[in-house]
Design a protein around this ligand. Structure first.
Ligand code: AMP
Ligand code: MG
Length: 349
């Protein structure tokens, strides 16, 4: 398949190009587009055939439901049975933005979108290119991250090209995404609002006005595996090619442990990648050292996490030793992604 790559500047949006992309979406084709979280892989969310193509291009398991991206409140009302008061409140504060809400679905939402569930995930993205594209296409756009299933999510167009060139119809290059991690998923379809996936809008942000807010920590089955309420959370995700270990705890201990481990692996002839931070980088001297961001502003770590994992892949390191972060605020989303990327190999020191 021929993949057309077009560049759109979000400060001077070329509506001619948006129109080209919207036409493809309306015709059932697949277009990757920037959002403020990560790049999305877009298809008409009400066209089952188009959505099937989306799952295929990504290699995504069909029981992992998709998020519908919308550009207006009117559009929301056609897709859900009811909009609870708390959803209005969240929308006022966080839409457009990195918050996805789960509602009871209306009849027009196909089950291929929801993985067979009676609920549907909906978000209004903040990126202007994304909003214009949805408006012009005049349909809700299904938009999982525009990466091959399992790989780190794409935060710029070159990541999308790497994973999906030749498999989709168009890629809109709109520069780097801002937040860098996927949206927070908040279930408002039940009695008490529950966070199913941590993201850019934090537990602390929501708790402020949702006193009965809870978080899904997964139910533990008899064989000790964890069953999350959000189907997608059970899959291995965001994984670099190298084996990854994440160190948490007192930062001096973390650095010491990483240096010890790194020396051991280097002696064995392995190529070691170290994911450091601005504050600690000078303490390491061996290995491929990358700075994910600053411990004083963890949003910078969120923004660079997936990109850093992809650079380690390019550098062909055998092993990645990463510094963890505190799990309050945005740290919770960062550690959730690091846990998945490492396959749960978190070492508290
Ligand atoms: P992604 O498209 O990769 O950002 O993933 C979307 C996330 O939203 C996945 O973790 C899905 O499991 C979750 N999700 C989508 N729809 C639902 C739903 N109806 N109920 C629970 N989780 C959902
Ligand atoms: Mg994804």
């Amino acid at each position: 398949m021929e993949t057309k790559v077009i560049k759109i500047d979000d400060k001077h949006i070329d509506m001619e190009l948006i129109n080209q992309a919207a036409k493809l979406i309306k015709a059932g084709k697949i277009v990757a587009f920037p959002t403020e979280t990560v790049y999305g892989l877009g298809a008409n969310g009400l066209n089952e055939k188009a959505v099937e193509g989306l799952f295929k291009a990504k290699g995504r398991p069909q029981d992992n439901p998709l998020i519908l991206h919308i550009s207006s409140l009117d559009q929301l009302k056609t897709l859900v049975l009811e909009v609870p008061d708390i959803a209005y409140e969240c929308r006022k504060r966080f839409w457009p933005g990195p918050l996805t809400m789960i509602f009871k679905k209306s009849e027009i939402v196909p089950y291929i979108i929801t993985g067979g569930l009676e609920t549907v995930a909906i978000r209004m993205p903040k990126n202007k290119i994304a909003l214009e594209l949805i408006k012009e296409a005049n349909v809700p756009i299904a938009g999982p991250s525009a990466n091959l299933s399992g790989r780190p999510s794409p935060t710029n167009a070159s990541h999308v090209i790497e994973d999906l060139f030749g498999k989709i119809d168009m890629i809109i290059d709109g520069g780097d995404t801002g937040v860098g991690l996927e949206s927070t998923v908040l279930d408002v379809s039940g009695d008490a609002p529950m966070i199913l996936r941590p993201g850019g809008v934090t537990f602390e942000d929501l708790k402020e006005f949702i006193p009965n807010l809870t978080q899904d920590l997964g139910t533990i089955k008899s064989d000790n595996t964890i069953v999350p309420k959000s189907p997608g959370q059970k899959y291995k995700h965001y994984a670099p090619k190298a084996d990854m270990y994440v160190y948490t705890g007192n930062i001096d201990n973390v650095v010491k442990s990483i240096i010890n481990q790194s020396n051991k692996h280097i002696k064995e002839g392995k190529k070691v990648g170290i994911m450091a931070t601005t504050e600690t980088k000078d303490m390491y001297d061996k290995g491929t050292i990358l700075i994910a961001g600053s411990r004083n502003d963890r949003n910078t770590i969120a923004a660079n996490l997936f990109k850093t994992l992809r650079i380690f892949d390019e550098e062909k390191v055998d092993i990645i030793l990463a510094e963890g972060v505190e799990t309050d605020n945005i740290g919770r989303a960062i550690m959730n992604r690091m846990m998945k990327a490492s396959g749960g190999k978190i070492i508290n020191v």
